[in-house]
Design a protein around this ligand. Structure first.
Ligand SMILES: NC(=O)c1ccc[n+]([C@@H]2O[C@H](COP(=O)([O-])OP(=O)(O)OC[C@H]3O[C@@H](n4cnc5c(N)ncnc54)[C@H](OP(=O)(O)O)[C@@H]3O)[C@@H](O)[C@H]2O)c1
Length: 316
């Protein structure tokens, strides 16, 4: 697949959300791109240009073979919540297996997409798991960079902003957990992808946050989305416990996991914000002005995307 003199990178999840934008930017810059995915046959505009192989976390030699000839591995692999055999412990072990395979395959650099504010001491398994994956990368004896996004929006496949808009369009009320004053600082998927490409050329061990220019209280963000979609749905404050119950009830109706109790805890604890100067340039509020008319017209279902469609690997 590689032409002479053309370097090849591998982006995990190139037919999914952020990996798709990273892959597009790499192709635009003249690089060959391969991907690992659970859905190599998924319909996607990049399918004709990106060679896809299944994740083989269960087979170290196959995993190494899939990474041979790669200059930079851009890793977006992670799971949003635990379900069945999909656990955070498995995601950490799979991440470790991926890093080890990359080292053995001779990959020059890993750009690893983590999350803002990971912590080994976090009571939230997602954030703790992310910290453990970062530690595994630092111990993997390979050059690396870590990019920590806050909350990714834009590009037509962002579940959070889209589904907030969907609820505002279709439900009689919208509920916000707690006082809604905790900050969020979304980063556009294009900014994240550019930050990842820059990280590939930074010093090894560099850790950067990917956050946008607008930090605002969550309640204000929901009101901005409501204005953008042209609705006047009442927004009510409820306790995090009530919010969890309502999210579960809505999830039951939609056959999805709308928001988990842990995600509500992370949100209300102000973890979706960066404490460093913003590297992203695209304003959430300006993006909303353009995207409002189409945002949330359809619901994006996480279970359909990652759990119900045909899977090629037995291991999440
Ligand atoms: N989205 C956000 O707002 C956000 C915020 C902060 C940090 N992050 C981090 O940014 C990275 C990329 O996020 P993203 O939203 O762009 O992810 P994504 O595209 O939905 O998924 C990235 C990769 O992980 C795989 N994956 C996702 N869920 C899975 C599951 N339940 N079981 C097995 N594999 C699964 C996908 O498999 P397929 O290729 O088969 O789809 C894909 O290869 C992740 O590390 C995430 O933790 C995301």
């Amino acid at each position: 697949m590689s032409g002479r003199g053309t370097e090849t990178d591998l982006v995990t999840g190139a037919f999914s959300y952020s990996g798709s934008r990273i892959a597009e930017l790499l192709i635009e810059s003249g690089r060959e791109v391969r991907t690992l995915t659970h859905h190599p046959d998924r319909e996607h505009p990049l399918r004709a240009r990106v060679q896809a192989s299944p994740y083989r976390f269960d087979d170290p030699l196959a995993l190494i073979r899939s990474l041979e000839g790669i200059t930079t591995l851009y890793n977006t692999y992670w799971v949003r919540f635990e379900r069945g055999r999909t656990t955070f412990a498995a995601a950490v072990a799979n991440s470790r297996a991926l890093f080890e395979a990359a080292r053995r395959a001779g990959v020059a650099r890993i750009v690893h997409v983590s999350i803002a504010n990971p912590s080994i001491d976090s009571p939230l398994p997602y954030y703790r798991g992310k910290a453990l994956a970062e530690d595994a990368l630092a111990a993997a004896h390979i050059a690396y960079s870590i990019v920590r996004p806050t909350w990714i929006f834009g590009g037509g496949r962002d579940i959070l902003a889209n589904n907030i808009a969907w609820i505002l369009r279709h439900m009689p009320i919208f509920v916000v957990p707690g006082d809604g004053q905790y900050l969020v600082q979304p980063v556009h998927v294009d900014d994240l992808a550019n930050i990842c490409l820059r990280a590939a050329n930074g010093g090894s061990g560099e850790v950067v946050d990917a956050a946008g220019p607008d930090a605002m209280p969550f309640g204000a963000l929901v009101r901005a989305i409501r204005d953008a979609v042209g609705k006047n749905t009442p927004i009510m404050r409820v306790s995090p416990a009530a919010m969890t119950a309502l999210a579960q009830a809505l999830g039951f109706l939609l056959r999805d996991v709308v928001l988990t109790a842990d995600e509500i805890r992370g949100l209300t604890a102000g973890l979706l914000v960066s404490h460093r100067p913003a590297l992203g340039h695209i304003s959430f509020i300006e993006w909303l002005d353009e995207s409002g008319p189409t945002l949330g017209r359809g619901y994006l279902n996480e279970l359909d995307r990652h759990f119900r469609m045909r899977r090629t690997s037995a291991h999440a």
